[in-house]
Design a protein around this ligand. Structure first.
Ligand code: GDP
Length: 139
């Protein structure tokens, strides 16, 4: 097992609904250590840059409007195998398909307003951590 870092975002829907504490509790229960954090209110351009890989898809406009619609809590989590483990704990993108007990099953409202983001691979984590926390170590 190796120690990794990953990027998570508590998205504007979960922040507005008051689920930030519940979601952080899940991180703590799984021994994901919060090593950096920023409360942000993304501009549309910042949201578009973060989700550049989805540019051109039908939901890009709506997704980036949603992501820039209010406060979001961006964090770097550290732990053993944390990239894959966070993805498991988050659940499927669409909460309708998310396993019982996962963050998205518990707190997500829809496939778009799905409470939480987590990097899906080491290369993605490197880009995403650098996007919000330039210059920090990736471990
Ligand atoms: P993730 O890695 O599970 O977050 O999923 P993706 O990388 O595929 O998509 C990024 C984000 O775009 C998701 O978390 C959702 O907020 C949003 N999204 C993904 N698929 C759809 C979709 O079909 N419709 C809408 N409206 N939003 C979507």
């Amino acid at each position: 097992m190796r120690i990794e870092r990953t990027l998570t975002i508590i998205k504007p829907d979960a922040m507005a609904a008051g689920h930030a504490g519940d979601i952080i509790k899940v991180f703590e229960a799984n021994q994901f250590k919060i090593v950096f954090a920023r409360l942000v209110n993304l501009s549309k351009k910042e949201a578009e840059g973060f989700y550049a890989v989805h540019r051109g898809k039908g939901f890009f406009e709506s997704l980036t409007s949603f992501m820039s619609s209010g406060s979001a809590l961006v964090m770097v989590l550290e732990g053993e195998n944390v990239i894959a483990r966070l993805r498991e704990v988050m659940g499927a993108t669409n909460p309708a398909n998310a396993a019982p007990g996962t963050i998205r099953k518990l707190y997500a409202a829809s496939i778009e307003r799905n409470a939480v983001h987590g990097s899906d691979a080491p290369e993605t984590a490197a880009f995403e951590i650098g996007y919000f926390f330039p210059g920090i170590a990736l471990v």
